[in-house]
Design a protein around this ligand. Structure first.
Ligand code: IMP
Length: 179
């Protein structure tokens, strides 16, 4: 794959200003209530770090690792809980932070896991990107940054075969350039 063929969809400025808007909404919603932010690794790492810097409530950060891709460009259809070690979040306001909701299988897996194992005070789901057209479940993020088309996106946490998560922007490749 030739990274020079990546077309920019959202540049750094667009991403950062949208994150600030989401943070404003979250600050308004939670007020001074304590929040447990759960970052879903690896994809949500960039978004989480930038988002939490704008949050004003007392906040704890947790990290879990789920995976549904096998290194390619489409989901395996099966969510793999690589590490889902969470502290006691009973009675807490839980904010799940994801990079992208595609089929929604990962989101559903995690929401089911939390509701089966804990009685939280609230559980909200926040995703930077929402690929609504490819949804296979009824899950919808409570907060999202941008709705995106069914393209393979790369950068700002999103990888191609483990690469390019470090880009400051989000781009896409035409399918023919993904070989
Ligand atoms: P879902 O379970 O199908 O909703 O997929 C969720 C996960 O698939 C995300 O957290 C991403 O890690 C990955 N994913 C979905 N779409 C893309 C994409 O366009 N580029 C890179 N990773 C993606």
């Amino acid at each position: 794959m030739d990274i020079n063929k990546l077309k920019i969809l959202f540049d750094e400025k667009q991403i950062q200003s949208r994150i600030k808007e989401i943070a404003d909404e979250l600050n308004k919603f939670y007020g001074r209530e304590e929040v447990i932010a759960i970052c879903v690794l690896k994809g949500a790492v960039m978004f989480t770090v930038d988002l939490v810097k704008h949050l004003n409530m007392p906040l704890k950060m947790e990290f879990i690792r789920l995976s549904s891709y096998n290194g390619g460009t489409s989901t395996s259809g099966k969510v793999n809980a690589v590490n889902i070690d969470l502290p006691d979040i009973n009675g807490k306001n839980v904010l799940i932070i994801e990079d992208i909701v595609d089929t929604g299988l990962t989101a559903k897996f995690l929401l089911d896991f939390i509701s089966c194992n804990f009685h939280t005070k609230s559980t909200k789901f926040c995703s930077l990107l929402d690929k609504k057209a490819t949804r296979l479940t009824e899950v919808d993020p409570d907060y999202y940054g941008f709705e995106v088309d069914d393209k393979f996106l790369i950068g700002y946490g999103l990888d191609y075969d483990g690469l390019y998560r470090n880009l400051k922007y989000i781009g896409y490749m035409d399918k023919s350039d993904l070989e």
